[in-house]
Ligand binder design. Structure first.
Ligand code: GLC
Length: 593
């Protein structure tokens, strides 16, 4: 792709900082061990103080919670343990009074199997809602054994089929994620109209935008052909070629834009797994022409995966791989698109555990390094609850029975059936399971050092176990660490994030300026400069537990070190020439060329 970069349009949704709340694990104020809406409302000042502009709530709708709310039974009602519609309305008005906004999660690739539409659809082949979902007859062997319509594997349980048999009407329905999440048939215009109705309902309530769940899966290749057999040891195969980025994806999204989105000034972000091609990405996010403001891509999240081996694999990644991905997204922006920045969410492990070293010795420096990176790159910034505290993965010592996520539970069951108890294979697989389970990002937020970390009352059992490190890693202790000042960064991750967000807001070039990788001397150092308005800012990140050196090119001079993983006040840091970096040290300097 080529093209001359045009000056970037300033937009509120580019400059806003979005904070993602996973409601069940945020804060319980009504004593059932599950977080709730009123708990979120009670922490808005905490978020405002941090520098947050927009709150993104993962699904709070009525749901049997087979996949933690990503299985919606009623888009216009609230899951009772979270509260009521009045609680949500109060949350919206409390946000407004703080000049903050709300983003809702739009999950419309599928519904819950308990949604009225699906109950109707599965009631008989003649149901008027039959064609709202994707039904297909079985295939049979010569000996009469029944098989699903094709060989696609289920996304959250690869050992099983993406199709679920309905014994009542004797057909299979497509359920890409779990049997409890039947895929909607977007080919049917009534389905699309029903989705627009949901969007309008939430816009009328005062929602400022949507995060669209796996939205690039809505158009399926209508051949429903078998996927290539890439792994002979598995009965079901990866069918993404047929269900991701399908032939009508752009048409559907453009229609949604025409019918609903374009009528308001909204923030829209599409979650798009299995999409790495920059031209295709640009088609979706190109200013004015594309249907969405930005998307979530997944390449950074797969850095530590062995290609083709699935998420429960691990490899050591190289800084050069990370750099290539970030350069690609900055080209998308330079060519007129926009991007999002995130290193964590409810589907991912904790970033300090993934990209740095979460030991007591290095956790704080690592979280600050990741904060510096995210606050000095182009794109709308998304911070996930607990990331501002440098929360880490759960310890390997936990029994996998502690995990609640349907994906981790199914995978553990599969591992138990595959490897003998006490075997070396099972031990290794358990390690990978612990390293990659989505549960790592779903433990309750650690508010203080009281029992249950202040997430719920001491005598209540939290829905999910609290990470054992809460006596030291918690918000109360981090708030007490005092505000960061330009002279001293030796503060808590929360205080550090607070200052880094202020710095980002004060230097729009960190958002809109030119982007260029600098130096390449040490393979573990990732460094780049941002330019604009006669200034240059330099970010230098040592992604290793070893000391490193970075050579500032001749002519490049830092006037001030503005942020650093360690204290930057000490006059130790030279402003030109060779910069010595400590383990996991990140630095931001502002200067001249
Ligand atoms: C998205 C959600 C994830 C969910 C899946 C199916 O990836 O973020 O939590 O399991 O979609 O809805």
């Amino acid at each position: 792709m080529s093209g001359v970069a045009k000056p970037l349009d300033r937009q509120w949704w580019k400059e806003s900082v979005v904070y993602q709340v996973y409601p069940s694990s945020f804060l319980d104020t009504d004593g059932d061990g599950i977080g709730n809406i009123n708990g979120i409302t009670s922490k808005l000042d905490y978020l405002k103080e941090l520098g947050v502009d927009i709150l993104w709530l993962t699904p709070i709708y009525e749901s049997p919670q087979m996949d933690m709310g990503y299985d919606i039974a009623n888009y216009k009602a609230i899951h009772p343990p979270y509260g009521t519609m009045e609680d949500v309305e109060r949350l919206i008005s409390e946000l407004k009074s703080r000049d903050m906004k709300l983003v809702m999660d739009l999950v419309v690739n599928h519904t819950s199997h308990k949604h009225a539409w699906f109950l109707d659809s599965s009631s008989s082949k003649q149901s008027p809602k039959r064609s709202w979902y994707i039904w297909r007859p079985a295939r049979y062997d010569e000996d009469g054994t029944r098989h699903p319509p094709n060989n696609w594997a289920c996304i959250l349980d690869e050992a099983n089929s993406a199709w679920t048999w309905d014994p009542e009407t004797e057909e299979y329905f497509l359920s890409l994620f779990t049997p409890y999440q039947p895929d909607l048939n977007w080919e049917n215009p009534d389905v699309r109209e029903a989705v627009y109705d949901i969007l309008r309902f939430w816009i009328d309530k005062g929602t400022a935008g949507f995060r669209m769940d796996v939205i690039n899966l809505i158009s399926k290749d209508q051949s429903f052909a078998d996927a290539e057999v890439a792994d002979v040891s598995r009965p079901y195969q990866d069918g993404r070629k047929f269900y991701a980025n399908g032939p009508k994806l752009l048409d559907y999204l453009q229609e949604m834009k025409r019918e609903v989105l374009s009528k308001q000034d909204l923030i829209t972000v599409g979650e798009m797994p299995f999409l790495d091609d920059e031209d295709k990405i640009l088609e979706i996010v190109k200013a004015n022409e594309g249907p969405l403001n930005m998307i979530f891509t997944f390449e950074l999240m797969a850095l530590d995966e062995i290609p083709g081996k699935g998420k429960f694999s691990f490899r050591n990644w190289a800084v050069s791989d990370m750099s290539a991905i970030i350069q690609k997204m900055s080209r998308v922006v330079a060519n007129g698109g926009w991007s999002s920045l995130y290193l964590e969410n409810h589907d991912q492990i904790r970033s300090v555990s993934r990209f740095c070293d979460d030991s007591d010795e290095h956790r704080v420096a690592g979280s600050k390094l990741l904060c510096i990176m995210q606050t000095t790159l182009t794109g709308t910034l998304y911070v996930y609850q607990g990331e501002e505290l440098g929360m880490r993965n759960v310890p390997l010592s936990w029994d996998p029975e502690e995990y609640k996520d349907i994906e981790s539970v199914s995978y553990w069951k599969y591992l138990r059936s595959k490897y003998p108890t006490g075997s070396e294979e099972l031990r290794k697989a358990k390690e990978l399971h612990n390293r990659k389970a989505r549960d790592n990002g779903r433990t309750p937020v650690q508010w203080d050092d009281s029992p249950n970390a202040g997430f719920c009352a001491a005598d209540v059992k939290p829905w999910m176990r609290v990470n054992d490190d809460y006596p030291t890693v918690n918000a109360k202790a981090q708030l007490a660490s005092g505000r960061a000042t330009p002279a001293s960064d030796s503060v808590s991750p929360y205080r550090f994030w607070q200052r880094a967000l202020q710095v980002r807001k004060a230097h729009v070039d960190l958002l809109y300026g030119g982007f260029e990788i600098i130096g390449d001397t040490d393979p573990n150092v990732f460094a780049y400069k941002r330019t604009g308005g006669g200034q240059v800012s330099v970010t230098i990140l040592n992604f290793s537990g070893e000391e490193a050196e970075f050579h500032l090119a001749e002519g490049l001079k830092v006037d001030n070190w503005v942020l650093g993983s360690y204290d930057t006040s000490s006059a130790e840091k030279p402003k030109e020439g060779v910069i010595k970096l400590r383990p996991w040290e990140g630095l931001l300097g502002v200067g001249r060329e």
